[in-house]
Design a protein around this ligand. Structure first.
Ligand code: SAH
Ligand code: SF4
Ligand code: F3S
Length: 446
């Protein structure tokens, strides 16, 4: 007997941060029991979900142009007697639900990040053509409770959302409005999900949260990390993204003591000028950030740091920008993400005087990126000659090649047999580029 062909096909396109990646996986988990298998592309899909990002104007505009293409595919399918349901999820859905439906009537359903557990019901309703096209309330608790325990691992690494939402209200940022107030999942639910992932062969989890180190469960993130380190089969733990103000002593200590906790920390600073940091409502100064990094490096001397930076915040003077460059020099980043300030409707900074010209932002971004690129190259080059434990994640692009990650999250390419995928193996690093390392297996493997 052959299996019946899946009745329906699903295509999800994901924009934005890792939290959206996690949510997209969970939406697929939720729809699988309803007969939805993955489609190759949107043109083959009965249901297309765009999981969107609202963080910068460009990210948001991409959604509308993508919807234009998808609408055409829907019309093509309809001409062939088939149908397509179009759902917009994620942070644009939350922030601009009504506008989406107005600007693109081909959209059947708009669903905010806290309403994903309602997806099957909403799709059914849409199919009954009863309307209710907008679900954008805030109830993270219901979301996680009702997303269900079944999760299909995909590979040897996995994201695991432990915290969602943000109470920080940095003046440039939409996240507190699109993801709502901080909410932490109970440790038991997280541990159960981690055990389930480990049983499916996952060796590394990355704990996710908009402010993951503000995790509010008993004992904070440090306690959670220590419990996760006990999970059989789980050898590597990472977490992202952290706010400097929530980097407590217990978590710093864990970095020195918990072997599974990887020496890589994404700790955005955004700017190096206290005047700008204050206008951003960042709750830290350049000096307090430097001292914090000092303490972290005392606990874990080889800690690789990653940062986020915004250039061209309203009122940023040349001297403010130079303070950012100065801070970068003092820290020495292993990797970084830098952005031109993008004016987001409804955020306090959008109303500030002193909005800068695009050319000024371009010029500052180029200077900052040149410095950050040099630091990243230097960090990677510093590993040449070392032997690093690499978790192999997949076959490489070339035959006989494997791709994995170093403890410092660098991509590492090595010639080796497929059966090493899922194993942590010592690799001698022989070459370094900006984005990756090349090496050779340090031991003989049959
Ligand atoms: N919660 C995380 C990250 C949030 S969004 C944190 O607090 O660090 C990811 C990054 O996008 C931010 O760190 C910031 O550098 C950038 N970002 C957010 N809003 C922006 C805006 N309006 N313009 C440009 N970059 C922005
Ligand atoms: Fe946005 Fe600031 Fe919250 Fe990060 S801490 S999500 S930058 S408001
Ligand atoms: Fe974007 Fe929302 Fe993440 S705005 S960065 S998808 S939290």
């Amino acid at each position: 007997m052959t299996d019946p062909a899946p009745a329906r096909r699903l295509f999800i396109k994901t924009y934005g941060c890792q939290m959206n990646v996690y949510d997209s996986e969970r939406m697929a988990d939720l729809l699988r029991p309803l007969g939805y298998a993955m489609a190759e592309g949107p043109e083959d899909a009965d249901l297309v979900v765009l999981n969107t990002c609202h963080i910068r104007e460009k990210a948001t505009e991409k959604v509308y142009s993508e919807l234009g293409y998808i609408k055409q595919m829907k019309l093509d399918r309809q001409a062939r007697g088939k149908s397509m349901t179009i759902a917009v999820a994620g942070c644009v859905a939350q922030a601009e639900g009504k506008e989406i439906m107005h600007r693109q009537p081909a959209v059947d359903l708009v669903i905010g990040p806290q309403a994903y557990h309602q997806l099957p019901e909403l799709i059914a309703r849409t199919h009954r053509a009863k309307g209710e096209r907008l679900a954008a309330d805030f109830a993270a608790e219901a979301k996680f409770d009702r997303l269900g325990p079944e999760r299909k691992a995909d590979g040897v690494t996995a994201f695991l959302t432990v915290q969602e939402g943000c109470d920080k209200f940095c003046t440039f940022c939409v996240v507190p409005y699109t993801r709502g107030a901080e909410f932490s999942r109970p440790a038991e639910a997280i541990l159960a999900e981690a055990r389930d992932l480990a049983a499916q062969g996952v060796r590394e989890v990355t704990l996710l949260g908009q402010n993951v180190n503000a995790y509010g469960g008993e004992g904070g993130l440090a306690a959670l990390v220590r419990q996760l380190a006990q999970v059989e089969g789980l050898d590597r733990i990472r977490y992202t993204t952290s706010h400097p103000a929530d980097m407590d002593l217990a978590l710093i200590a864990a970095h020195g003591e918990v072997e599974a906790l990887m020496p890589y920390l994404h700790l955005p600073v955004q700017a190096g000028s206290d005047r700008v940091l204050k206008a951003m409502n960042r709750a830290h100064t350049a000096e307090s950030y430097l001292r914090l990094v000092e303490r972290i490096r005392k606990a874990r001397p080889d800690m690789a740091l990653a940062g986020d930076f915004i250039v061209g915040f309203p009122g940023e003077r040349e001297s403010d920008f130079e303070a950012t460059l100065q801070l970068v020099v003092e820290i020495g980043y292993a990797s970084a993400f830098s952005f031109k300030y993008s004016r987001r409707p409804g955020t306090p900074a959008a109303a500030l005087p002193g909005q800068l010209a695009e050319e000024v932002k371009d010029e500052r971004l180029a200077r900052l990126n040149a410095l950050l690129d040099d630091q990243q190259k230097a960090f990677n080059a510093s590993q040449v000659g070392a032997t690093l434990p690499v978790l192999f994640e997949r076959a490489g692009r070339h035959p006989g090649q494997l791709s994995g990650r170093s403890p410092y999250l660098q991509a590492v390419h090595v010639a080796g047999p497929d059966h090493l995928i899922g194993q942590i193996v010592p690799v001698r690093i022989e070459g370094a580029a900006k984005m990756s390392l090349a090496g050779a297996l340090a031991l003989e493997f049959a």
